[in-house]
Write a protein that binds this ligand. Structure first.
Ligand code: G4P
Length: 525
């Protein structure tokens, strides 16, 4: 197949949700439709159950699952689908943010009874920043749910995006019948009781079919009214607006019962984007360029503490990636060949000879790669849009075993390269500060330092509200700010200046007093 055909048939996306909305269940049903798995229950839930914060076996188990399900690729109706998994636990949100840098679109799952929840809101912010096209799947319609129109209003106001239903539920709760497909204009009803496989019996029927009543009575009139209202209230679906991240098509269904999933998938392969151009500091890279380029968006350490090898996940952005061909690792300037790049199909891993834009390949790494690293055929490019986000929790990290200073520093360095947390060095006293998105990370770091690097650390509290990267065109004001705020200044791992505001009030005050300084909440601006 020609390069352009390979690219055109790829759809790389992530499913995101607030924990428990049904992301794992939906993923599993998509894999069933794609024939990548054959029975429900094959995809292990990639989540740490609440209350498991001190159960390190649980964390290790979760890491094991998350490497196995990092990328789930399968073919469906001639389209190559790559689903990138995101951790369910909110303490690992930073991981999710990074995964979102490697996808071309996103499906957001919302619980129909709960509506938009906190985590969904945060993740949507990242999608908006990157103008990622999003689709919304409102799940659990088999349970008593909010009114569909209210749900869509909620999505519109809370996620700040225009919506357009492309499927509409027929009732909900115990009387939930199925979903009307507004994209194809027919109703697909699942008749079979066995809803755990993809091949249950369905009936496809149009709105004016005289037998319709027999299937969905007493909801026939209500459905017709609702559909009229949909046409009256919402503009017709514009794919361009969706592709620009301005309009979210909305689907309803029940993942566990396989309602509305096929509608979602069939529509997805028609409207979701194939790989899009990527930006680098130097220029825009088009996926259809002949030469290979890609970046590392995730690094996963080996589960075996005796082997410190890692897997770096490379997103191919252009050209054809080939096994055993030397590629330039731009940061080090070295040419590196990969003899066993892996691709992921559902839970199976296999060595691949080639891969294309939109694909993710796993590269064997002995500790040399970092998140954001670029590989090319010689050109010096640096992909952008893989920022670090301002952490929310901070602690000093101290060496608890003076004999193991080297091990500690290597361990901390490598864990930071993996993106487990961020490290800042105080300008005032040179002490190291770890910043994370969730409390769990502190325990993960301590545990992994001990088990993988034979080093011990302890933490000390520090009062920091937020870390912001600062810059200004006014050199004088910047110098004045740095002098006055010396005690609150730190540098990040790239040597950039970071202001550690101890309270939200201090931050507001600083912003008011130093109008020429820009305070950024992501490391890329
Ligand atoms: P997550 O990955 O977003 O965290 O959610 P997950 O798919 O694990 O689903 C969370 C819970 O919601 C699961 O129940 C799952 O069975 C249930 N669920 C998913 N889709 C639907 C749906 O369409 N209708 C209903 N009624 N429930 C749904 P659980 O009891 O937490 O887990 P499990 O023991 O059933 O696996």
């Amino acid at each position: 197949m020609a390069l352009s055909e390979e690219i055109g048939r790829r759809r790389t996306f992530a499913i995101i949700s607030h924990p428990d909305a049904g992301k794992t269940t939906l993923t599993e049903k998509l894999l069933l439709f794609g024939g990548a798995i054959h029975v429900a229950g094959a995809v292990k839930s990639n989540k740490i159950k609440r209350g498991a914060t001190s159960d390190f076996m649980e964390i290790e188990r979760q890491r094991g699952i998350s490497v196995a399900t990092s990328v789930m690729g399968f073919d469906y109706k001639g389209v190559k689908i790559n689903i990138l998994d995101t951790p369910g636990h909110e303490d690992f949100a930073e991981d999710t943010y990074r995964t979102l840098t490697a996808v071309d679109s996103v499906i957001i799952v919302i619980d129909g009874a709960k509506g938009v929840e906190t985590q969904t809101r945060k993740l949507m912010e990242v999608c908006r920043m990157r103008r990622t096209p999003v689709m919304v799947f409102i799940n659990k319609m088999d349970r008593p749910s909010k009114d569909p129109f209210d749900l869509m209003d909620e999505v519109e106001s809370e996620l700040k995006i225009r919506v357009r239903p492309l499927a509409f539920p027929v009732s909900n709760g115990p009387t939930f019948k199925g979903v009307y497909n507004l994209y194809e204009n027919n109703l697909s009803l699942f008749l079979s009781d066995n809803r755990q496989t993809a091949d249950g019996e369905t009936v496809d029927i149009t709105l004016d079919d005289p037998t319709l009543d027999g299937y969905i009575a007493p909801f026939t009139a209500r459905l017709k009214e609702d559909l009229e209202l949909v046409e009256g209230v919402y503009d017709s679906f514009e794919r361009e607006a969706y592709l620009h991240g301005e309009l979210a098509p909305v689907f309803f269904g029940s993942a566990i019962n396989n309602f509305g999933v096929r509608e979602l998938l069939d529509c997805f392969i028609k409207i979701a984007p194939s790989p899009r151009p990527s930006t680098t500091q130097e220029r825009t890279v088009d996926p259809y360029e002949e030469k290979m380029s890609g970046f590392v968006f995730k690094i996963h350490a080996n589960m075996d503490p005796n082997h410190r090898d890692r897997i770096a996940f490379l997103k191919i952005c252009s050209g054809r990636f080939e096994r055993n061909k030397p590629y330039l690792h731009v940061r080090s300037g070295k040419n590196i060949k990969f003899s066993s790049p892996t691709a992921f199909m559902a839970e199976k891993k296999s060595i691949v000879d080639e891969a294309f834009p939109g694909d993710i390949v796993g590269l064997h790494d002995t500790g040399n790669f970092k998140i954001g690293d670029t590989f090319t055929e010689g050109e010096k490019l640096k992909f952008t849009g893989i920022p670090s986000f301002s952490p929310e929790l901070f602690r000093y990290i101290e060496n608890a075993d003076p004999q193991k200073f080297k091990q500690l520093s290597k361990g901390v360095d490598q864990l930071m390269d993996e993106g487990v947390a961020q490290l800042f060095t105080s300008r005032l006293n040179g002490r190291k500060i770890i910043g994370t998105v969730g409390a769990l990370q502190f325990e993960v770091i301590q545990y992994r330092l001990e088990h993988e690097y034979n080093a011990k650390c302890r933490y000390e509290p520090i009062q920091i509200y937020k870390a912001c990267w600062i810059e200004s065109d006014n050199a004088e004001e910047l110098a004045d700010f740095m002098k006055r705020k010396h005690a609150n200044m730190a540098i990040d791992k790239h040597g950039r200046d970071v202001f550690l505001a101890d309270t939200s009030y201090a931050l507001t005050l600083a912003q008011e007093k130093f109008p020429d300084i820009r305070f950024h909440f992501t490391s890329e601006f």
